[in-house]
Each structure stands twice: as C-alpha cells, then as structure tokens.
Design a binder for this molecule. Structure first.
Ligand code: PLP
Length: 359
C-alpha cells in the first residue's frame, strides 16, 4: 500500500474573513461523510441525495429539489427553466447572477438581462415591477423572470424586506412573470429575521440555496421548484455536465450542515456586528454597525490606497479580508472563525484601520 501523503493545513494560525465559503468540514461532518449510504444519483438511486432533495424542498414548501454541484449551476438551471432563449431576466445591478456567474446565463441560457440600481442590494419591488415588459411582441425583449438575491452578497449581507418580496410576487402573478430567488444565503436571512423558510419559499417559483456557504459543507447547492420545473432542470443539469454519481458522500455533508449548523449562524451574525462596532469606532464613515444584518461587514474607504493599505497590513497580521472594489473591503464571519480568532481580529483590525486612514 502506498504511504499516505501528509496534508498540511495552509490556514493554520490565519483568521480568514474573506468568505464563508472557506470553511472546512468539522469532525462530525467528516463522520457523516464516511457513513453516507450511496448509489448512482444519475439513476436516482443515491439515498442521501434523495433525502437531501426532499428535505430542502419540504423546508421551502416546494414539490421537488435538485442537488447541484454549485450555486452558480443551481441559479443557471433555475433561470433556464423560467426564461426562454431571447427573453429577459430582470435583477439588480449587483446581483450575483449578473456579476459573478461569468455570463453563464447569456452563454449557456441565451438569456438577455436588464438591471435596476439598488442601495446595498435592497429590493424595491415597485421599481422592479415597473421595468417589466411582459409581452414585447416583435419590438422589445419580453420579460420572463425576476431574480432576487437574499441575503445580498455584494450588498453586504442585506436581508430583503418581506413586504417587498410579497409585493414583487403579487405583482409578478398579475404580469405573468416568474420569480427566481438566489437564496445562496437564505439560511442567514431566516436566522436573522425568524421568517420561516417556507414563507420565503412561497414568494418564488424556483429557489437556489447553498450548503457550501455559512452552513459549512464543502460542496453543494439545491434548486427547488415544482415537480415539472425540477424534472426539466434535471435534464439540463446532465446536459451541463452536472450529473454526479455516488455523490451521497457530499449530500451527507449538506444534510449534516442543515441539522447542525443552521441555528449557529446567529453566532456569525453577532460576530460580524462585533467587528463592525470595533471598526466603526475608528471612524464612523468606515462602516455603520447598524447596517450589519447578517455575517458580512462592508468597509468603505475614502481612497483605493487606504483600502489597499488596510488589506495588505491585515494580511501581514494573519487576517485575510476581501477587496470588493477599489475602495470597498468585505469581512465575512463563519464557522471557522472562533471566539479567539474573533477577539484577535477585534484587537488588531482597529489599529490597522487607523494606520490605513493616515494614507
Ligand atoms: C449570492 C450568491 N449566489 C450564488 C453564488 C454561487 O455559488 P457557487 O460559488 O457555489 O457557484 C454565490 C457564491 O458566492 C453567491 O454569493
């Protein structure tokens, strides 16, 4: 038998606040992975996948679910089922579907997009509804769907107001236009507000949720919708190369994550607020702790040089943060940022911010 190759932990000693996708499976999750019963999922015979799909669909009040390798694929399949080639998807200009899925909806789905501006990604349903062209005939692109993101990533973890979601849904029914919810972090919205997942689920035709973000699974997303939409998405998933075989080993991690890591998202939210309070105390223009709704903190610097100085000095101190734009920096709390890591970040980052503001 070949000798096992030793695996180094590249994150040892580093506090990684770049993203909640960086978590590593916990011992309990690894045990669930090891114990997973598996079968060929393309044959529909993987018990863990079947259970996961049914559980997520039930939680969101939909008929069926489809396990996908990524949130991007789940979004592309959801939109694909709602928007025919040449029709349009409306969404906000900072939505993940238009900024960070590398044009997949256009390249693979032949979808046209138009966007509305937003403050921190917050939905203004009346403005969105006013943009729609339900039947453009031979003159204008016809609107087939809206996409809403909850929580909003580039908006800084913004939770969408329930009354705006309801207004969009009611208006979309009158217009005959579908709604896709990019719920990569819908778990965070649910924990932050107490709004049941099923209620969020009732305001969308298709919903994607990620297991690989705050919930801490290594891989995986689920798309839910009606049985017929999901049957169609299953065909397209295979066509996109996303038909997976004994993938119960991954689905088991997702099921474990839902059972054990959902309620603890409140800890991430508290931690993000603590970071924002520490940094907001340095200069209130940097960030407003009251704007922190979930697990993200957005810092806005006066100049790109300040942002770069902060990011660079934080990295030297072993704290990684993300540059979101020339003057914007994002900090994300998650399962792998424990109390001692958070204390260290709250101790060190204000001094680093103060020095960066001198630039
Ligand atoms: C809001 C949102 N939607 C979708 C995705 C895509 O997920 P994935 O990276 O698994 O493709 C992300 C990833 O960060 C996201 O933040």
């Amino acid at each position: 038998m070949p000798a096992a190759v030793p695996v180094e932990d590249p994150s040892a000693g580093v506090i990684d606040l770049r993203s909640d996708t960086l978590t590593r499976p916990t011992p309990g999750m690894r045990a669930a992975i090891a114990d997973a019963a598996v079968g060929d999922d393309v044959y529909g015979e993987d018990p863990e996948v079947n259970a996961l799909e049914a559980e997520v669909a039930a939680l969101l009040g939909h008929e069926a679910g489809l396990f996908c390798p990524t949130g991007s694929m789940a979004n592309m399949l959801g939109v694909r089922m709602l928007v025919a080639p040449g029709q349009e998807l409306l969404c906000d200009s900072m939505a993940h579907v238009v900024r960070a899925e590398l044009g997949g909806h256009a390249v693979l789905g032949q979808v046209s997009t138009r966007t509305w501006p937003s403050e921190r990604g917050r939905l203004d349903a009346a403005a969105a509804l006013a943009m729609a062209v339900p039947d453009g005939g031979p003159y204008l692109v016809s609107t087939a769907a809206y996409a809403v993101e909850n929580t909003h990533n580039f908006g800084g973890g913004t939770v969408q107001p329930l009354d705006e979601l309801r207004t969009l849904w009611d208006g979309s029914r009158e217009q005959g236009i579908a709604v896709h919810l990019d719920g990569a972090r819908l778990w965070n919205a649910h924990v932050a507000t107490g709004v049941p997942l099923e209620v969020y689920g009732s305001y969308a035709d298709t919903i994607s949720v990620c297991l690989s973000k705050g919930l801490g699974a290594p891989v995986g997303s689920v798309l839910v919708g009606s049985a017929s939409l999901i049957a169609g998405a299953r065909v397209w998933r295979k066509r996109y190369g996303g038909g997976m075989r004994q993938v119960g080993v991954v689905a088991a991690a997702g099921r474990y994550a839902m059972a054990h890591h959902l309620e603890r998202l409140a800890v991430d939210h508290r931690n993000a607020r603590r970071l924002a309070e520490a940094l907001g105390a340095v200069d209130e223009r940097l960030c407003d702790p009251a704007a922190v709704e979930t697990n993200m903190v957005l810092l806005t610097w006066s100049t790109p040089a300040q942002a770069a100085a902060f990011t660079g000095a934080a990295a030297e101190a072993g704290i990684l943060v993300s540059a979101l734009g020339a003057r914007a920096v994002r900090l994300v709390t998650h399962l792998d940022v424990d109390d001692s890591g958070l204390d260290r970040a709250c101790d060190l980052l204000p001094g680093i911010a103060k020095a960066a503001l001198q630039r």
